[in-house]
Design a protein around this ligand. Sequence first.
Ligand code: SF4
Length: 522
Amino acid sequence: MPTVNIDGKKIEVEDGLTVIQAAERLGIEIPHYCWHPGLSISGNCRMCLVEIEKQPKLQIACNTRVAEGMVVQTGSERTKAAQRAVLEFLLLNHPIDCPVCDQAGECKLQEYYMDYDRQRSRMALPDKVRKHKAVPIGPLVMLDQERCILCARCTRFVDEVTKTHELAIFERGNHCEVALAPGKTLDNPYSANVVDICPVGALTSRDFRFRARVWYLQKTDAVCGACANGCNIEIFHREGRIYRFQPRANPDVNQYWMCDAGRLSCHGLQGESRLLEVLTRGTDSFAVGEWESAVGGLASTLRDPAGGVAFVVSAQSPNEELYLLRRLAARAGAMVAGVSWSPADATGDDFLVKADKNPNTAGLRLFGLDGGASLDAVWDAIEAGRVRVLVLHRSDVVGWASGASKRVREALERVPYVAVLDTHGSETAQYANLVLPLATYAEVDGTVTNHAGRVQRLREAVPPPGAARAGWSVLADVVARLEPGLTIASAEQVFTAMAAEVPALAGIDHAGIGPHGVSVRA
Ligand code: SF4
C-alpha cells in the first residue's frame, strides 16, 4: 500500500493505482480527454501531464502507477504550460462551432479552455483543415469529424466493450479522422454510449441533439425499467418533461454503460397514451371520477366482494406496490397471479440486456407472489363463476394474450367488477368498471429488485401527469380503509414496513440503500 503525496495531500492507496485515480480520491481533478475508467489506457491526449519529483520530464497521470513516496504536482508552472500547449494543439484545427454545437454545456474542450488555456488562437481561420460535418453513422449517432480530438474513446469502446469494430481512425497528421470502417454502420445495441463518452461535440445523439440546451436540464438518479438488469441511469428533465436517459456508473450492475433500447425507452413514459384521470364506468361510457370516492369504492368492494376476488399483479410494479398488494390481497382473501410477462420475441445478450423485460421479476419472488395462481387459473375461476372481483395491477392482460385474447376478453366481460390500475391506456382498460391512473417509475419514489437480487432506489424525477398518482400511495389508501388506524405517508414508510416483514430485507434501512443499491436474497 504505497503512500503518495499529491499537491501536498497524502493518501495511501492500493498497488497498481494510477496517479489520476489517486488524485480523484483526494478530490483533485487532473484534466483528461482520452482516459476513461471503463476503457484501456491510451495515453494519447497528453492533457493529464503532471510533474513528478525526481522525474526529469512531465508524466501522463493516466498511465503512471503510484509508488511509495511519490510526490506529484498537478498545478505547477511546468504543468500549466504543458496544459496550455496541449489545448492549443487540440484547438488548432477545431471549428468555431460553439454557438451552434449541441455539446455546448458538456464539452470538455470548452470547459478546459476556460479552466486551463484562455489564449487566442495563432491559427488563421482559413488555414484550418476542413473535414466532414453532420454525417449520420448509425441510427442514433451523428459524426462531426472536424470537432474530433482523436482521443480514441469511441474506437476503444467498439473494440473493447461491444467488440463490433465499427469505428477506426484513418489517415495521418492534420488529416487524421474518425470514420466508419468499410462496410460498417454504427448500429450495435449499445451504439449510443459513444455519444456519452465523446468528450467533445464530434459524436452527438440523433435522438437528443438540438432538443434542449443541457444547462436548462435537471438530472435525477434513477434505474432503467426496460429490462430486469436495472441499469443505473440519470433522467434529464425540465418542467416535467423527460428529455433523455444516460447511464450512471455502477460497477455491480452496468459499469458505465446502458443499451440503446433502454435509452430510448424514455420516450414511452410520457405522451398521449398516458391515463390522466380516474375513470368510472357509466351506462355506456366512462365518466371522470374523484380519487376519494374511487378509492373508497374499491376498498368497500374488496371488503364485501359478494364472491371470490382475484388480483393480477405484474413485475412492472415497484417493491412497495408488491408489498401493499400482497397485504391487500391477504385482507380480501384473493387469489393472486404474479406475472412477469415479456413479448414472445424478447431477447437478451451476455452483457446487459435481459430477455426478461420487467424491472422487478425478482421483486415478485421476494414477496412470494411468483408461485401463486397462474393467469390460466384466474380465467378458469372466472369461467366457473368463482371470481366476481378482478384487480388488474399494471397488467395489460389483453395485450399479453395475443392468440388467447378471445378467452381473456370473454373472461373480462363475464366478471362483474374489474378494477384496472395502470399508467397507460390499453384495450384491457376498456373492460374496467374503475380505472385508476398510476405514475411511472420516473415519477415515484420507491425500489425495484434487479435480476441479481440488487434492491435499487427509484426517485421522482418528474411529477405524474394529470390526476395520476404513485401506486404505493393509492394502494396505501385502500389498505388503510381495510386496516383502520394504519397511516402510510411515504414510500420510505412502506419500505420500513416491508423490511420488518420480509426476511430478505431485514436490517436494510431505506436511507442506507445508497446510489448503487444493496444485494439481497431474491
Ligand atoms: Fe474521441 Fe469523440 Fe473523436 Fe471518438 S469522435 S476519437 S470519442 S473526440
